[in-house]
Design a binder for this molecule. Sequence first.
Ligand SMILES: *[C@@H]1O[C@H](CO)[C@@H](O)[C@H](O)[C@H]1NC(C)=O
Ligand SMILES: *[C@@H]1O[C@H](CO)[C@@H](O)[C@H](O)[C@H]1NC(C)=O
Ligand SMILES: *[C@@H]1O[C@H](CO)[C@@H](O)[C@H](O)[C@H]1NC(C)=O
Length: 438
Amino acid sequence: MALHFPSVLLLISCLLCFCITLSQAQQPSFRPKALVLPVSKDPSTLQYLAHINQRTPQIPVKLTLDLGGRFLWIDCEQNYASSSYTPSRCESSQCNRANSKICTTECFRSSPKPGCYNNTCGLLLENTFTQTGTSGDLGHDLVSIQSTDGSKLGKIVKVPNFLFTCGATFLLDGLAKGVKGMAGLGRTILSLPSQFSAAFSFPRKFAICLSDSGKGVVFFGDGPYVMLPNVEISKSLIYTPLIINKVSTASAAFAGEPSSDYFIGVNSIKINNKIVPLNTTLLKINKEGFGGTKISTVQPYTVLETSIHKAVIATFAKELSGVPRVAGVGPFELCYNSVGIGSTRVGPAVPQIDLVLQSSNVYWRIFGANSMVQVKSGVLCLGFVDGGVNSRTAIVIGGHQVEDNLLQFDLAASRLGLSSSLLSRQTTCANFNFTSTA
Ligand SMILES: *[C@@H]1O[C@H](CO)[C@@H](O)[C@H](O)[C@H]1NC(C)=O
Ligand SMILES: *[C@@H]1O[C@H](CO)[C@@H](O)[C@H](O)[C@H]1NC(C)=O
Ligand SMILES: *[C@@H]1O[C@H](CO)[C@@H](O)[C@H](O)[C@H]1NC(C)=O
């Protein structure tokens, strides 16, 4: 018996259907190995800025990068419109994951909007630049970001449920023009690196490579990290343990919350290989969470506790005594007439400063490009500032000292990888190939 024409058609269309389903199933959805975020420096605030694409419809949101920041927070009071925003309901798994201790049962407003929903959990958030804090609602929205193979841009990928906290407009005071919040890369489960690693199941690693005038970069995920002209940086790092400070360094925190900042163990400081005499008790984190060394992108220059600052300046001045000094230019104390200072590939020819880490042969070497700041024509100053007596953290390594160095944070292994100055390898942090083929 011959098949009826309609049945044949049905059979063919079914086969076709089956084939399409099969081919879709066989084509794995794209899973990135790493992501990349361009970072620029704002010349007036010296903040490092990045854009992420968020919401539906999607818009670019300008943010200040905060290496030690706990999570992403964004001003939701002004112009937050998105059909994909979802508040985190009190006691939901998201609130538990975020370790929220705040529940807003009622938001006094006739209709809900991001940042003002009934029955929403919240977190304490902070503008770490001005150290102003408040609480805000937790929620999630769509975020998209560019993937990379480590050397060039790849496809744009989406994270549908990226958790963040809704901040208030007043919290933006002190941030660069046009900024809508802060992007926290800190040591928490909600930070950008943690959420991206979880979303795409790639290693819990990220790297920052900041630039003074060009386009720096944050890589989420493991290397390769390649800078033009084809310099692979991830294979030649020196490593030091990341140390946990059990006491929060935020201006406001829930009880028992550890610090989200990245601390490393500096055991001594050498200048031209000479030990700087200092009170090493300050270099250890004490029970109250004071002391120790952390890295910050919110401090433009390294901040040293007063006695350490004094000792560093005295030793540096002694080692560079052949060059005529000029009056200090705030916030710097030690300044020179730059005519007396030669130049090298790694910046002004001045004594190198070594932050000695877990053993005497492991150190973070700071060359002239990172130690000296040109404050005006003809004047170079040592770019370290006085943090006051009894400061919370004895050494805060700031932006100028990390520029053109790649720093890889390996959260799983709790260690920091340091590239040292990329200038010595004839590249810079502004040399990632952001050229898109599209
Ligand atoms: C919160 O609930 C109250 C009482 O049910 C209601 O009057 C109010 O409109 C709600 N607010 C929001 C923002 O949903
Ligand atoms: C070193 O610093 C610690 C912590 O601030 C302080 O208690 C101690 O007195 C200091 N020691 C000296 C010799 O100044
Ligand atoms: C940069 O990447 C693009 C592709 O994204 C490529 O076409 C171009 O050749 C690269 N440039 C260099 C200098 O390698």
